[in-house]
Design a protein around this ligand. Structure first.
Ligand SMILES: N[C@@H](CCC(=O)N[C@@H](CSS)C(=O)NCC(=O)O)C(=O)O
Length: 337
């Protein structure tokens, strides 16, 4: 699944002249490369940490191997897990004009899928209205708050709400830290979660940002307070949290989990209702899926309820490493001070 941050840190920078776009020699898995100007423009470096960072997929880089033979390598970090850190360059002098409505090459909703490179494999979603420039974040992760806010700022957006699909057990939410840094931001989570937040959501409620909104649907089963957030934009996008994962689903063996409840939730609130795309909280090897794909191919949720119950009883998964820290912190809306 995902690689640890430590194992991702094998890209070492040997020589870099700050300020000048000279080609540094870098080492990657024992091979020396010389980065092209194009590579340098697409990335930023942290020589002290021996790591590099960039926004989005690394498009291409020109390298020379240890025998100084120039080769062209096309590298795409599918999960972002190959990077030791993601850091936005966020030049303060630059701002993209979100109201141009062209952030995605379309005039539609602003949408970014952001990945937690610190280890939990969580996806955070940024949705923004290009007209009003208002935005929401779904499932931010504490360690990635700086990166998330940099993206918000780069796009000239004002963050209104941070929403949590549920009380996570594998990472600490970034909600509290974001509220510290941006005091006007309000945090949200389902009332049924029992967790602290500025606003407690009820099933069926809508959350507005500019002319856009998402609808909160109750999808309990992984936890009591799980919600799926549904946007009508882009043909319908369902942010399913851990209720529905791509070709999988959230475990049901702790935090009030119930296989029967999860089965009913996913079938009644996601599979039976119009939404084209499904965006999970966690990577399982793919970025997103469609509801139709999951209805057809999900190896757990295409089974009968009885079979599903038996699959869920026999997963035999170890507890998440951070559960003891994450659950109490998330019940308190993350780290606040
Ligand atoms: N290795 C991870 C935890 C993996 C895990 O248990 N994931 C949960 C969601 S976070 S509570 C889950 O529901 N997984 C479903 C599955 O089928 O894997 C860690 O230690 O953090």
């Amino acid at each position: 699944m995902c690689q640890s941050a430590a194992s991702c840190a094998s890209l070492k920078l040997r020589k870099f002249t700050a300020g000048k776009l000279t080609a540094p020699v870098i080492q990657y898995k024992g091979i020396s490369f010389q980065a092209s100007q194009r590579f340098l423009r697409a990335t930023s470096y942290q020589s002290s940490l021996g790591s590099f960072a960039h926004e989005g997929s690394l498009k291409s880089m020109q390298v020379a191997n240890s025998r100084s033979k120039a080769i062209s390598m096309r590298a795409q970090s599918r999960a972002g897990a190959h990077l030791s850190s993601f850091q936005s360059e966020s030049p303060t002098s630059k701002k993209l004009e979100a109201s141009s409505g062209d952030m995605n090459g379309t005039r539609g909703i602003i949408f970014r899928q952001l990945f937690d490179t610190s280890g939990s494999c969580t996806y955070t979603y940024l949705l923004g209205d290009p007209g009003a420039k208002e935005a929401i974040l779904i499932d931010p992760v504490l360690e990635m708050v700086e990166r998330d806010l940099a993206v918000v700022d780069d796009l000239g957006l004002e963050l209104k709400y941070v929403l949590n699909t549920h009380c996570h057990a594998d990472h600490i939410t970034g909600s509290g830290a974001i509220k510290n840094l941006r005091p006007t931001v309000k945090s949200m989570i389902a009332e049924a979660s029992g967790a602290r937040a500025d606003i407690h959501l009820q099933p069926g409620e809508t959350v507005h940002f500019g002319d856009r909104h998402i609808e909160a649907r109750a999808t309990p089963g992984h936890t009591d307070g799980c919600m799926t957030f549904v946007s009508r934009d882009n043909g319908g996008m369902a942010f399913t949290g851990d209720a529905l994962l791509i070709r999988g689903c959230g475990r049901t063996d702790f935090q009030q989990g119930s296989a029967e409840t999860l089965f009913d939730s996913v079938h009644s609130q996601i599979f039976s209702r119009a939404s084209r795309f499904a965006y999970p909280a966690m990577i399982t090897g793919r970025h997103h899926s469609t509801v139709l794909e999951e209805k057809t191919f999900n190896p757990r949720l295409t089974k009968s309820k009885e079979e599903f119950r038996s699959i869920m009883q026999n997963l035999g998964l170890p507890y998440p490493e951070k559960i003891d820290a994450a659950v109490p912190a998330n019940m308190a809306c993350g780290i606040q001070d």
